[in-house]
Write a protein that binds this ligand. Structure first.
Ligand SMILES: [Zn+2]
Length: 165
């Protein structure tokens, strides 16, 4: 028993920690926005948009964009749990493994037509996603970001035969 405590247990704890660290790194890089990155997005802003002029479809898109900001992931609903599935094991468009909102919005070839500019390989996708979820300060850019995020999420939800919020 002493040998177990001295040799085996520390190894198991270290293995668990490594597994957890690696799993968290995958979530942070591919699926979810790290919490520290979400905090600035939660700051209130002075809304100057002409809200009343927005059509219903843009409001629905805005709802997807807003929920993505709140949960830090893709607001795609599970029919089983009723909660959000923010990480998927396989991309239906490019077959990349372990994907989330970041892949959907910034790097997937299946949504490339939604992005205004071709993705610069030197720009970290996390920065692109953060920019897409940050209030830009004017209505025109906000609408472009809302449409990008909501269209990408909706396209993936359709491909998975699931619903978004
Ligand atoms: Zn993909």
């Amino acid at each position: 028993m002493r040998q177990y405590a001295k040799h085996v247990q520390p190894f198991l704890l270290s293995s668990d920690y490594e597994w957890f660290k690696n799993a968290l790194a995958v979530l942070n890089s591919e699926g979810l926005i790290p919490y520290v990155d979400i905090i600035p997005l939660h700051q209130p802003w002075a809304a100057k948009e002409q809200w009343k002029t927005w059509p219903v479809s843009l409001w629905q898109a805005h709802r997807i964009w807003s929920v993505a900001r709140i949960i830090g992931g893709a607001p795609i609903l599970s029919e089983v749990s009723g909660g959000f599935i923010t990480i998927f094991s396989l991309c239906p468009f490019c077959h990349r493994r372990t994907i989330g909102l970041q892949h959907m919005v910034t790097t997937c070839p299946g949504t490339i037509d939604l992005r205004r500019n071709p993705p610069d390989p030197n720009v970290d996708p996390r920065i692109l996603l953060k920019a897409a979820l940050t209030y830009p300060g004017n209505e025109k850019d906000l609408i472009a970001q809302v449409i990008l995020v909501s269209s990408a999420v909706a396209r993936f939800a359709t491909a998975f035969d699931l619903s978004t919020i």
